[in-house]
Design a protein around this ligand. Structure first.
Ligand code: NAD
Ligand code: ZN
Length: 234
């Protein structure tokens, strides 16, 4: 690992699975019993805001009863000890990376514990229920606070920063993501184009598995600590 200085780690729902947060598409193709189109699109929010707000209220409330697992903790340690550049890009909307100690972290698909007011446009920390149409903490207007989540059809956050990090990284590691959701699914190819080594850590081969130099199959809670130990020890 001697010539590795800049690392980008992409994480997806699989890294939180062992914490008890279900992944996106279960065996039934549903997300916690719902079709993705019914809860994770702007159209769904317009059609049935109560259903969508309640869905995210439940996901947010669940965070109080789950804990970071060894994979989150290992990435927190990598962040604390890695002297080179590091960016952890997560597609997850939970807060388990920050609770596992990660700071060089970016939530490209938003966060459950953030609210976005469509009246004033501001985002603010949020830890209650949106289904009761609370007032915005910034402008005080009620009825326009939505989850600060990037839904299908919306633009992921901070893509310029991500692009720069990937274009200048030496190692790109993908953890627990199915490789089905773009643009994140395309990061491995950008990383290879930039000349980086690419490593996949996933329970089973993702849709983009063939694009990685190396794929290790197993549980994130085992594979990530092993990999972090090797990187920091080498
Ligand atoms: P996904 O559910 O499509 O894929 C999860 C991947 O993780 C699968 O390839 C699966 O094989 C793998 N996996 C499952 N258990 C694992 C484990 N213990 N160790 C390692 N790998 C494991 O998730 P995605 O690719 O992140 O795309 C889903 C979208 O859903 C994202 O945009 C995300 O915002 C959203 N989502 C987030 C959460 C969360 O925040 N925890 C949960 C569900 C969905
Ligand atoms: Zn507001």
């Amino acid at each position: 690992m001697g010539d590795i200085r800049n690392i980008v780690v992409l994480t997806g729902a699989g890294i939180s699975a062992e914490s008890g947060v279900p992944t996106f598409r279960g065996p039934d193709g549903l997300w916690e019993g719902h079709r993705v189109e019914d809860v994770a699109t702007p159209e769904a929010y317009r059609r049935d805001p109560d259903l969508v707000l309640d869905f995210y209220d439940q996901r947010r409330a669940k965070l109080a009863s789950v804990e970071p697992n060894p994979a989150h903790v290992a990435l927190g340690r990598l962040d604390a000890e890695w002297k080179g550049k590091l960016l952890i890009v997560t597609q997850n909307v939970d807060d388990l990376h920050e609770r596992g100690g990660a700071e060089r972290l970016l939530h490209m698909h938003g966060e459950l514990k953030s609210a976005w007011c469509l009246s004033c446009g501001e985002r603010h920390p949020f830890d209650g229920k949106m289904a009761g149409y609370p007032a915005c903490a910034v402008c005080g207007v009620s009825g326009h606070v939505r989850p600060d989540i990037v839904w299908f059809g919306e633009m992921p956050y901070r893509m310029e920063e991500i692009d720069v990090a990937i274009a200048t990284c030496d190692l790109f590691v993908s953890v627990g993501t199915s490789g089905a959701v773009y643009p994140a699914a395309g990061f491995v190819q950008s990383a290879r184009y930039a000349g980086a080594e690419t490593l996949e850590l996933n329970l089973d081969p993702s849709e983009g598995s063939i694009f990685f130099n190396e794929s290790r199959m197993g549980r994130a809670g085992d594979l990530v600590p092993e990999w972090v130990d090797a990187v920091l020890g080498g």
